[in-house]
Design a protein around this ligand. Structure first.
Ligand SMILES: Cc1cc2nc3c(=O)[nH]c(=O)nc-3n(C[C@H](O)[C@H](O)[C@H](O)COP(=O)(O)O)c2cc1C
Length: 223
């Protein structure tokens, strides 16, 4: 009887550890870390694939945005350029500065002088001052804001040079200007007549101090 009991105890001792799964805890971390390594590598690589594709998508969006709206501006003393920059920021648009080949000096801009360059130019509707900035391609633009200061109640003649140098076929064109106090007058219509192409909307005059929210309201009203 005692012998049978001893054999039974010995048999239990032999099969016991296997039955209780004693070997698995020692194996678990190893197999766990082995399994997690490729998993986390896969997550990292899929993360970078995701960010790469979203970056690509982002740059595509940016490209599309920058190809549909343009703000073209002539500004002799910076006021209209400031407004143009705000419009460009609201619209996510490209900004193109129309610069005179021969820059305007303060003597050129003296409206008290009947013989100043600007006064003489404005007195002759046929004058077309040369543009010095690099030519821009309008391909892909659907909407173009055209900004300028009011000179003697009208658009500076260099704006006529600009609109006569391009085709605005299929493009919505929106004039805007700044001035001391005068309204936009007939300048928008003069530009549309000289351009001979494009879908020209009524323009608007702004003070140099116009706020971004005022500009946003105006832009929203155009749509
Ligand atoms: C030659 C000249 C003529 C101007 N004529 C007018 C005018 O008729 N009415 C007006 O309100 N402001 C007039 N101004 C003021 C400008 O329109 C105003 O200062 C404008 O905001 C300047 O813009 P800019 O800094 O972008 O050149 C004239 C300015 C110049 C230099």
């Amino acid at each position: 009887m005692k012998r049978i009991f001893i054999i039974l105890i010995a048999a239990l001792m032999l099969i016991g550890p296997a039955a209780c799964g004693e070997s698995s805890p020692s194996n678990a971390p190893e197999s766990g870390s082995d399994a997690s390594a490729p998993e986390s590598a896969a997550t990292e690589s899929s993360k970078s694939a995701e960010s790469a594709s979203s970056e690509t998508a982002g740059s595509q969006e940016t490209q599309t945005e920058h190809k549909t709206v343009l703000v073209a501006v002539f500004s002799a003393t910076g006021t209209t350029k400031g407004v143009a920059e705000k419009i460009a920021a609201i619209e996510g648009a490209d900004l193109y500065e129309i610069k005179a080949k021969q820059a305007y000096t303060s003597a050129d801009l003296n409206w008290n002088d009947q013989n100043s360059r600007a006064t003489k130019e404005q007195n002759d509707k046929s004058v077309r001052p040369e543009i010095g900035s690099e030519r821009i391609s309008l391909e892909g633009y659907e909407k173009i804001y055209i900004g300028y200061p009011i000179w003697w109640g009208e658009e500076p003649r260099i704006m006529d040079t600009f609109v006569e140098s391009y085709s605005f076929e299929g493009i919505t064109v929106i004039p805007f200007c700044t001035s001391g106090s005068s309204g936009i007058g007939k300048s928008g219509k003069n530009l549309a007549d000289n351009a001979k192409s494009g879908n020209w909307l009524d323009g608007r005059r702004f003070p140099g101090s116009v706020s971004e929210s005022e500009l946003r309201n105006w832009i929203d009203g155009l749509k």
